[in-house]
Design a protein around this ligand. Structure first.
Ligand code: UDP
Length: 486
């Protein structure tokens, strides 16, 4: 009995409250809960438990939610704003961050009720308070970072070198110390080096410190995708880096339900895709939280139309919806355009053989989902680390073509930036990716090869499968040490 209790592990997973952060951690919860002697609790709020519950509550799977009441009213947020994508205005972002911070005391109030007692915390890196909670309960804490080792290394080398300091916004510089020659400009840098009004440098510094205080970092990537970057980052972190992805491949039979109830049935989508030739449809979706300027989105729509390819376009903007109807766009494209208003079953769509290209904002989950589905990408980075992701896809992996975006449009500041990309830029990039000439064929071949490797990585004996075992062993060792020394 004694050795059994030592073997049992209870992972407490604490995702940040935004789809791009929670979705992969829900996948991770399912993956962990299928391992022997592992129980998982996902710490979230009631509305998020409703949202993600259908894919998590499976008979026989030792995984559940700990629901903490979200203090929306206490900080002055409208009721029901429990996820970043539910905020009616980006001006509420700092209040939202305050409310998320207040979850610390709510979690600690019920910590003693958790049974079995937690063996470790796996928390999103944007939840710095989880470091203090872990210290308080003497638990090992691992960071979950839903981004690549390429990004981690860029981040680290930029922070240490400050190579961009004093340069004009649009002057290119080379990111030092990377396996490839990666050129950027200051205006393409993530928010850590490129201030925005919706976060503070003090908060970002806390995040950096939280990562340094952790036992290690779980990465939603797979080693073969970016081996040299994984090796370098492991050196930097004393080996405590576990690439266990792509987590989107661990959704089992829940592809269509991931993240939110889709605004279109999976069957309707599949039937529409079935009616188009293999490899010719472009899927365009700019993620779960982006607020691209409506005039800019219209250019995207016109670019899709001008490409002459069949397409699926995911739209969440009311003004654009109005334009779609009033301008005659919907009528003009009705035979070859499927417009999804709201939430798309992205994984199901990408897995369909008719999809030949993915126009993406370069959120890391979307990039990985594109990789797993073997499709080349049309890249249009918007904010956060998305320009770095674009560099990886276009330059290092060679599976994408950029529309030519030149600078970060900070989340919540879209109005300031206006229209920078024209429909002709969008059309050009689409045609290049869908091209049946030598370059296009080569790009598709690479995408196919990478997709196969991604699928192998999560299989028994694959690199991500092995890393998951190593992560569990690490936590097991630390808990043995904890119980013997305690
Ligand atoms: N997603 C989806 N349907 C949509 C929009 C997004 O399923 O209509 C999913 C997508 O598959 C991905 C996540 O939401 O898993 C978005 O994460 P990503 O990192 O790509 O971008 P973010 O939304 O965080 O900017």
């Amino acid at each position: 009995m004694a050795s059994k209790s030592i073997n049992e592990l209870h992972f407490l997973l604490i995702p940040y409250l935004a789809p791009g952060h929670t979705i992969p951690m829900i996948d991770m919860a399912k993956l962990l809960a299928q391992q022997p002697d592992v129980t998982v609790t996902v710490v979230t709020t009631p509305l998020n438990a409703v949202r993600y519950g259908p894919v998590l509550n499976k008979p026989g799977l030792p995984v559940g939610f700990l629901q903490l009441p979200f203090p929306a009213m206490e900080v002055g947020l409208p009721e029901g704003c429990e996820s970043l994508d539910a905020l009616p205005s980006p001006d509420l972002a700092l209040k939202f961050a305050d409310a998320v911070d207040m979850l610390q005391s709510k979690l600690e109030q019920c910590f003693k009720t958790l049974s079995p007692p937690p063996s470790c915390i796996v928390s999103d890196k944007y939840l710095p308070w989880t470091a203090d909670t872990a210290d308080k309960y003497q638990l090992p804490r691992v960071i979950f970072d839903g981004m690549s080792c390429f990004k981690q290394l860029c981040d680290h080398n930029l922070y240490e070198s400050k190579v961009f300091d004093g340069l004009p916004e649009s002057e290119t510089f080379v990111v030092p110390g990377l396996p490839d020659r990666i050129e950027l400009t200051r205006s393409q840098l993530p928010v850590e080096f490129n201030p925005s009004t919706h976060t503070t440098s003090e908060r970002l510094e806390r995040v950096r410190e939280t990562v340094l205080r952790s036992v290690g970092i779980v990465i939603n990537s797979f080693e073969e995708l970016e081996q040299e970057y994984v090796n370098e980052y492991k050196k930097l972190k004393g080996g405590k880096v576990w690439c266990i992805g792509p987590l989107s491949l661990c959704t089992y039979n829940d592809k269509a339900q991931r993240g939110k109830i889709a605004s279109i049935s999976e069957q309707q989508c599949m039937e529409w895709l079935d009616s188009h030739p293999h490899g010719l449809v472009v899927y365009a979706c700019l993620g779960s939280v982006s607020r691209v300027n409506p005039m800019q989105l219209i250019e995207l729509g016109l670019g899709l139309e001008a490409s002459d390819h069949p397409f699926i376009w995911v739209i969440r903007d009311r003004e654009v919806e109005q334009w779609i109807v009033e301008s005659g766009f919907e009528e003009r494209v009705k035979d070859r355009g499927l417009l999804i208003r709201g939430w798309a079953p992205q994984l199901s769509i990408l897995s369909h053989p008719s999809i030949g290209g993915f126009l993406t904002h370069c959120g890391w989950n979307s990039i990985l989902e594109g990789v797993c589905s073997c499709v080349p990408m049309i890249t249009w980075p918007q904010f956060a680390e998305q320009f770095l992701n674009e560099k990886l896809v276009v330059q290092v992996l060679g599976t994408g073509v950029g529309v030519g975006a030149q600078f970060v449009v900070h989340w919540g500041e879209e109005e300031k930036f206006g229209v920078k990309m024209k429909s002709v830029d969008v059309k050009k990039a689409i045609l290049k990716v869908m091209d049946s000439g030598i370059e296009g064929i080569e790009r598709r071949k690479k995408a196919k090869e990478l997709g196969k490797i991604a699928n192998r990585a999560i299989e028994e004996g694959g690199s991500s499968h092995m890393n998951l075992k190593l992560l569990i062993q690490q936590i097991r060792d630390m808990n043995l040490h904890r119980s013997y020394s305690g």
